[in-house]
Design a binder for this molecule. Sequence first.
Ligand SMILES: [Fe+2]
Length: 331
Amino acid sequence: MFKSIVTELRLIKGVFLKSNKFLKSREDVSFKNLYNFIILRYFYIRPFFRFLVKGKKISGPKKITDDYLQLNLDIETILNDLKSNAGYSKGYNINQNVIDQIIDHYTSDKKNIETDTQLKNFLNDNNLKTENLIKKNDEDFETYIQRIIEMGTHQIRFADKDLDQNSVMSKLIRSEPLIKLAQNYLNSKNISIINEMVISLPTKKNIKIDVLKQSSQTFHRDLVSKNFFKAFVFLSDINNNDGSHVYLEGSHKKNFNDETNKNDLSIEALYKDYKKKEISGKKGDLFFGDTFCLHKGSNPKNNYRLLLILTFFTGTSLQTQNKKNITQINI
Ligand SMILES: [Fe+2]
């Protein structure tokens, strides 16, 4: 009893400190944003509240196919996997030709590159411009990748902020299997989708811990909104411990325990009873995850890693308010 009161007070203190930090970090803080922040940080870090809003029954067919993508989804299985102790659902794939188009879609346009502080510093330090990171018209993909590996950066993030209705990414995001899954899992007809592609590169340099954190290469939880899940598509072959997706199975069913400032070893010790799982696979493989679960991308040691991340969510997302790579779909 006493222990649970102490834990609760510690949590309230944590929410208070984070709210303060949130207020200081933003110029456009409104009462609504602060209210959402507190609701999310205090209630939606608990499985009881998180699972209250998730889809309970499936309307319509349970198996859905998209011929263009050659994607078949068994919606019921995925819903059960995501809501179960597994928290992840894998074993799906997308046509290779579509995958090549997705890679081309992101890497051929300078406006898709996310120039965060880390990338800006890298470009300044090496006297490079954003356009140097784009695949040239006459360049094949392997030549392009080798060229950017030699530049020495460890990660490039892409996002399409102005998605063309006829683009391959629009076809994927709006495909019936994904929309039906989102509609059922999120229990909503208003869905928001964030699109991102990440190229992670092997580097000989030692990467600082804060850079690894920013690159999602240390254990963390995602808290996008009160209801969300992610779809991950491997756009290159991924081996174990070389860019694979690592997660602690079942940790999404455990209350958030302020792991933010803990390193990977401390988190693994804290969650020693939770199985560490690794997802690797072939180019075109697709899997889904409740990324409130503790997870990270393993650092690529020998090969590059290309990953497409689609975040499906409902409600207000605090992290993404200023981002424009969000597609709204009303079914
Ligand atoms: Fe994440």
